[in-house]
Design a protein around this ligand. Structure first.
Ligand SMILES: [Zn+2]
Length: 370
């Protein structure tokens, strides 16, 4: 497949360039002529972007990674059609056996991916080492104190865990951060009552990300900058941001982009099963979620994930937060990929994953090449 005449995002800039995709990989970039018999796609007037990388996503299109392999497979297939090249299915609070079962489903899809789907890069565990006071839509009764014993009880030697979100102020959390780092697992802070000093100490121990900045954590105050203040100020930390226009005010999106830049913000969907589906009543971890105007809330009004898709997050950062596209695109592609060491994703270059997201001049999604 040759994608011709588009504005391709290469080396941090938009360039008029053709992109050849062969055998699931980017084969060539430049001024290219079609080979005999080769399929072509005219991308005149379109932006040609690397496929998106979503490192925090629970569910999509009625499929939820907590429900096992078949649902992870459906997520993979559905997400590809929204321009996502790779994702990290994210578990939520559940009992030990349920968590293990969910991880087994994620592992199974990694081991035997669908013929056409977004790649599963591993699992992101968003629970259970969280602060009850900031549980958000996580189930309080499933939260436990951080320990490697509890971790090993849930994971049981599976190799799929790539990220874990925890509350770093909890007793035992720093040791878990150090141990997980030694095992190659990225740790992130959220659902936490941490003060700024706790976040800097956690970064000393190896923590590298804040999960959904500003959401389910202490607020930024000028004498106690809390989790978001420390995350924005600490150059060792990348911040995950839900750019749906509901979780964060556009000014906050702009502040995060200005503080951290293209390499310091990872756009995430944090989506639940209603993403890609109309308003209505849905499920999150056994709790009823009511989706109205795209906002997903529990009966008590607490936000319960989002219905965001990555291309809409990109559009919101450009249109609502007024951030330059050259700064926004890495936030949805190379920055999240690099943040977890996922090679071959997030850039248009020979050898990289052959998934391209197309967007029009108004930053509306215009299709995927895969
Ligand atoms: Zn969360």
């Amino acid at each position: 497949m040759l994608v011709r005449n588009g504005w391709a995002f290469i080396d941090g800039q938009f360039q008029q360039a053709d992109v050849r995709v062969e055998n699931g990989r980017v084969a060539e970039v430049g001024a290219l002529a079609p080979k005999p018999g080769e399929q072509t796609r005219d991308a005149q007037g379109l932006y040609v972007l690397p496929g998106f990388v979503d490192i925090h996503i629970h569910a999509f299109g009625g499929a939820d990674c907590m429900r096992g392999e078949a649902d992870v497979r459906r997520m993979s297939e559905g997400l590809l059609e929204t321009g996502v090249a790779a994702f990290v299915p994210t578990t939520m609070s559940a009992y030990e056996q349920e968590t293990y079962d969910a991880l087994c489903g994620i592992q199974a899809v990694m081991d035997a991916p669908p013929a056409r789907g977004a790649a599963v890069l591993g699992a992101h565990m968003e629970a259970p080492f969280l602060a009850l006071t900031h549980k958000g839509a996580q189930l309080g009764e499933c939260l436990v104190p951080p320990s490697m014993e509890a971790y090993d009880g849930m994971v049981r030697g599976l190799g799929c865990v790539r990220m874990m979100t925890l509350a770093p102020e909890l007793s035992g959390a720093l040791a878990v951060i150090e141990q997980l780092k030694a095992r190659g697992v990225i740790t992130c802070a959220a659902h936490t009552a941490a003060k700024a000093a706790d976040i800097h100490a956690a970064a000393d121990a190896g923590l590298t990300q804040i999960t959904h900045l500003f959401n389910a954590q202490t607020p930024l105050h000028h004498r106690e900058p809390g989790v978001p203040g420390a995350g924005l100020a600490d150059d060792r930390i990348i911040v995950q941001v839900i750019a749906d226009g509901i979780h964060l005010h556009p000014d906050i999106l702009r502040i995060a982009a200005k503080c951290k830049g293209a390499q310091g913000v990872a756009l995430i969907s944090d989506s639940m099963e209603a993403a890609g589906l109309p308003d209505g009543e849905y499920d999150l971890g056994g709790q009823a979620v009511f989706v109205k105007g795209g906002a997903a809330r529990l009966g008590n009004g607490v936000l319960a994930g989002s219905t965001l898709v990555m291309h809409q997050a990109v559009r919101n950062m450009i249109k609502l937060a007024n951030i330059a596209p050259e700064t926004v695109i890495p936030m949805a592609t190379s920055t999240p990929a690099d943040s977890i060491g996922a090679r071959g994703f997030g850039r248009i270059e020979p050898g990289a994953a052959g998934v391209l997201a197309l967007m029009d001049a108004d930053w509306q999604f215009a299709g995927v090449v895969a």
